[in-house]
Design a binder for this molecule. Structure first.
Ligand code: NDP
Length: 619
């Protein structure tokens, strides 16, 4: 090699070697290429720590029903479709197994604080009784695999396959589905069951990319770095200074685990959560023996009715959810009472005051619990939530608050502002740089208020190439939350314009039964397409807005969170909201609609809606 000499950044390139040996250079290129070549080719880029990457050629296939998402929504829908006789199904998911949320979220301490006997789907059908009142992550993931095996779903599923595009084909009257592996799938019916916790969120603070230590999101936990597994034992953190950013439902479960093992843990808090007792305990085998056919649905209904404020004589679940929500939820009985009163405003005010008093009392108890547990008065003060119950998702944990009594744990309360920035060395708040080896982002996921297809990271184009994003640019438009105009045969499973039950699985089950009914009925009638009529969709959107106003004031006064679009409530917020009379009323509405059997509000094969049927969509 000749001398390099002095070479300034702006100088022209030095001349090439006159006697360059082209063959030798080619050989060197080849040698270097061989070093770099990976047999996995394009599949080497893998964001999934939990499964080995698979390699397969692209496929082309036509099915009756395609489901995007192999989490509990997709699985329950597949089961209900199979039970309704629709068996030619394909499920597609980017993960390596069933479970969705419970596939990805394997952080230490992961568990569900909704009772397992009502949360874990299809318990009777799979002949399984959970081992504890509140199931842990590993059991929930194993149960999804059990459902997959019991109903033969593995054979119907393409894992590690990300759907990128859904296009309605007016000629074939089918959906053309494209994946990042080059597959072309065609399906008469389709459901996007992307779940709520799909796309990770990180704080938009400066310097996040400059941090030189280790970092990861809770839903992609790095056990190689921390040691241990979903049950804890994070022994590799013994010499590490760790930060957890966020104090939501996930952080509440993660903080005790990290606090137990890290040399030092800093918890960066923006808004404290309400943290109630969790009544952990093993399943009593004697009780399990007493269960009779239909017990799970009965228990689910009992919980759902109680937390929606309906009058129920027994409380089967009897936990932190049922003992408070019954007193503070808006329910259909109250609305009837208000509407029937000669002076509705006076009655509404009385009801409102009663609910608010119950809410104040509950939150007072939650704050008193902090004082009773946390010894440092300044830390205790900072951990107290000052907002109404249900402004944010309530938390339940027995070890979270005691963790702040440990000498190796520091709460950095950002007093609602959030962290200022991230540097090469750590996190800065209020001019103080906290030096760290590791940052764990417990900062959550994009929620329903974010654009639907952007959140699911796929493009959805209906009739005449109309994109869902464009059609929904002023807010979602659906009938009953399932169908949207211009997207024939596309059934959405989401909470938007549908219901939100604290027991999310209950909602999924009701939605799955409903979709299976509609598809089976359409097939029975020989119809190729099902689509909401414009008039029915318009009416449903109006209904959602009208009933959404019942909760508008409550939400407006809440501390900002994803529940209230970060405190910026608009008509779009109301359109993105839920059916305002609560989940039990919504489920009844769907059940009554099915019982009538007229498919009111839907156009089969484009046949216009009979006007007299329109009102039947809105009981
Ligand atoms: P969340 O969105 O609930 O919480 C994110 C946390 O990050 C919040 O505390 C938020 O503060 C904080 N945060 C965001 N940006 C910043 C910032 N710049 N500086 C400081 N803090 C910040 O996410 P989770 O993962 O906790 O929960 C997601 C969902 O998962 C929840 O809806 C919950 O229902 C569900 N879940 C359910 C469980 C169950 O047992 N059933 C268990 C775990 C999760 P702020 O509050 O101020 O916005």
């Amino acid at each position: 090699m000749g001398s390099v000499g002095v070479f300034s950044e702006s100088a022209p390139l030095p001349p090439p070697d006159e006697n360059l040996d082209f063959a030798a250079v080619s050989a060197k290129y080849k040698e270097e290429r061989e070093k770099r070549l990976r047999v996995e080719g394009l599949n080497q880029y893998h964001s999934d720590r939990w499964s080995k990457p698979i390699s397969r050629p692209p496929i082309e296939e036509t099915v009756d029903y395609l489901i995007v998402g192999a989490g509990f929504s997709g699985m329950i829908l597949a089961v209900r479709l199979i039970q309704a006789g629709i068996t030619n199904i394909k499920i597609v998911d980017k993960s390596g197994d069933f479970g969705g949320t419970w596939y990805w979220n394997r952080y230490p301490g992961a568990a569900c604080d909704i009772e397992a006997y009502i949360y874990m789907p299809l318990l009777e059908e799979t002949n399984y009784i959970p081992t504890e009142k509140y199931a842990r992550g590993a059991e929930l993931f194993a149960h999804s695999q059990r459902i997959g095996r019991t109903f033969g779903l593995y054979e119907k599923t393409l894992f590690q396959t990300e759907v990128t595009q859904l296009d309605w084909n007016e000629n074939t009257k089918k959906w053309d589905v494209f994946t990042e592996r080059g597959d072309k799938l065609h399906a008469q019916f389709i459901t996007t069951a992307g779940g709520l916790l799909h796309k990770m969120k990180f704080p938009g603070v400066p310097g996040i990319e400059t941090f030189k230590g280790h970092s990861f999101h809770t839903s992609r936990w790095d056990f190689d770095y921390t040691g241990g597994d979903i049950n804890g034992n994070l022994h590799k953190l013994a010499d590490k200074r760790v930060a957890v950013i966020g104090t939501g439902a996930t952080a509440i479960q993660v903080v005790p685990q990290v606090g137990r093992w890290a040399k030092h843990l800093h918890v960066f808090q923006r808004t404290p959560s309400s943290v109630d007792v969790r009544l952990d305990g093993p399943t009593d085998p004697g009780w399990a023996k007493t269960l009779t056919k239909g017990w799970q649905q009965h228990r689910m209904d009992n919980f759902n009715n109680l937390v929606a404020g309906a009058y129920v004589t027994e409380d089967l679940v009897a936990d932190g959810w049922t003992n408070v929500l019954a007193e503070i939820a808006v329910n259909a009985k109250m609305v009837e009472e208000i509407e029937a009163a000669p002076d509705p405003i006076a009655v509404a005010n009385i009801i409102q005051k009663k609910m608010q008093a119950a809410n104040f009392k509950k939150m007072d108890q939650i704050r008193k619990r902090v004082d009773a547990i946390v010894r440092n008065p300044k830390t205790a003060e900072a951990l107290k939530p000052w907002y109404n119950y249900m402004c944010k998702r309530p938390g339940f944990h027995n070890d979270y608050l005691p963790t702040f009594n440990q000498p190796n744990v520091t709460l950095v309360d950002t007093e609602g502002r959030g962290i200022d920035r991230i540097t090469e060395k750590g996190i800065v708040f209020n001019g103080i740089e906290h030096e760290l080896d590791c940052i764990i982002y417990a900062t959550g996921f994009e929620y329903v208020s974010n654009d639907y297809s952007q959140r699911l990271q796929l493009s959805i184009r209906g009739r005449n190439g109309i994109g869902l994003e464009d059609y929904w640019k002023d807010g979602p438009r659906t009938l009953h939350g399932f169908y949207t105009r211009n997207l024939p045969n596309h059934f959405i499973m989401s909470i938007t314009q549908s219901a939100l039950a604290p027991n999310f699985q209950h909602l999924l089950n009701e939605q799955a039964k409903h979709i299976a009914f509609v598809v089976a009925e359409a097939k029975k009638q020989g119809a190729t397409t099902v689509e909401a009529s414009q008039a029915a969709e318009d009416e449903w959107v109006k209904t959602i807005i009208r009933l959404g106003k019942l909760k508008e004031d409550f939400l407006r006064e809440c501390t900002p969170s994803y529940y209230n679009d970060e405190g910026q409530i608009s008509e779009k917020t109301l359109k993105t909201g839920r059916y305002g009379l609560g989940a039990p009323h919504f489920f009844n509405l769907l059940a009554n609609w099915r019982a009538k059997g007229t498919m009111a509000g839907l156009e089969l094969d484009g046949k216009p809606l009979r006007l007299r049927e329109l009102k039947r969509c809105f009981l």
